[in-house]
Design a binder for this molecule. Structure first.
Ligand SMILES: NC(=O)c1ccc[n+]([C@@H]2O[C@H](COP(=O)([O-])OP(=O)(O)OC[C@H]3O[C@@H](n4cnc5c(N)ncnc54)[C@H](OP(=O)(O)O)[C@@H]3O)[C@@H](O)[C@H]2O)c1
Length: 299
């Protein structure tokens, strides 16, 4: 990743960046790059000791003394998200950047304590809820931005969402599971990230907040390590052809420090360029419907 600062960039020094999924992979590489730019960081993690290890590592590689806060939350739990958001609002008088990066794929059907399928809960509902809880604080910043980690994987979704069957269980049964149902379920969450980004940007038009999402490419991380030996073996092979986490985080960091991109708010990026996602991902009616269903799911 290039650390060269150009005149087009927004200086991250002393800005406060809140990031999820910074204990591994793309999020960790992004946190390192942000710390090198002297941004103050708030790390939202589910594992305290991992978060402390990362904090030590980040402090060691940063010359200037930056502020690093740890916030503990299991992003599959709405209760946990609400609790951590309250702690963040209490401890952080200012949030300049929110990075919704944490994500996972669950190969077997699992429900959260709120009865939502896990992949949907962690990848879509968590950013949706966390963002809505922190939005007023972001609005108080002179110029804030929200960056969501999406994926080229959204292209696998051909038929949209089953809005009358949002827990997705059917995709985990029989032939549907055999034909890659859980991967489709994951792809739907990444489509949701793009639709959420676009709809949020429309709702924030005229405010000081801009919103972006990006595709990191195929990246060698700990992704899919929670799904047994077959998944681990598949990932080991795929990782041979994958980018480094630093390369995967490059567009995220680039978006975090771009100077004036207000006319690109709501857009999808890859390799430092605005890219066209699929037609489904630009469907405004679908984005509105998804927003309304998501609101119902976080009641
Ligand atoms: N890798 C790729 O090729 C690729 C491609 C496109 C998009 N993406 C997206 O990139 C993002 C980051 O993934 P990655 O590849 O860097 O994977 P990763 O190495 O597995 O990192 C995932 C991060 O999310 C955190 N996380 C997962 N579930 C959580 C939960 N319930 N509560 C709190 N934190 C949770 C993990 O915490 P722990 O450290 O505690 O596990 C970790 O910090 C995801 O949104 C993924 O969909 C990845």
């Amino acid at each position: 990743m290039t650390d060269m600062i150009t005149k087009k960039e927004w200086n991250l020094q002393d800005k406060y960046v809140l990031i999820t999924g910074a204990t591994s992979g793309i999020g960790l590489a992004a946190a390192k790059a942000l710390a090198r730019r002297n941004a103050n960081l708030g790390i939202i993690a589910r594992n305290q000791s991992k978060a402390e290890e990362i904090t030590t590592l980040l402090r060691m590689q940063t010359k200037k003394s930056i502020k690093i806060d740890i916030f503990i939350a299991d992003l599959s739990s709405q209760k946990s998200i609400r609790k951590v958001a309250a702690q963040i609002l209490e401890r952080c008088p200012r949030i300049d950047v929110l990075v919704n990066n944490a994500g996972a794929l669950f190969d077997s059907f699992q429900k959260t304590e709120e009865g939502v399928e896990m992949t949907w809960a962690v990848n879509h509902l968590a950013p949706f809820l966390l963002t809505s809880l922190l939005l007023d604080r972001l609005k108080e910043s002179e110029s804030a931005r929200i960056i969501n980690t999406a994926s080229h994987g959204h292209k696998m979704v051909k038929g949209g969402f089953e809005f009358d069957h949002m827990n997705g269980e059917r995709l985990y049964r029989g032939m549907k599971k055999f034909l890659g149902g859980p991967t489709i379920c994951y792809a739907q969450t990444k489509l949701a990230n793009i639709l959420f980004t676009a709809e949020l940007a429309r709702r924030l038009e005229g405010s000081t907040i801009t919103v972006y999402c990006f595709d990191p490419g195929l990246v060698a991380t700990n992704f899919n390590q929670n799904n047994g030996m077959m998944a681990k073996a598949t990932m080991a092979v795929m990782n041979l052809f994958s980018r480094t986490p630093e390369k995967g985080a490059d567009t995220l960091v680039w978006l975090a420090e771009l100077k004036d991109t207000s006319n690109q708010s709501g857009k999808y990026f890859a390799d430092r360029q605005q890219k066209a996602p699929t037609a489904l991902a630009t469907d405004k009616e679908l984005a509105k419907k998804l927003w309304n269903i998501s609101e119902e799911q976080i009641q």
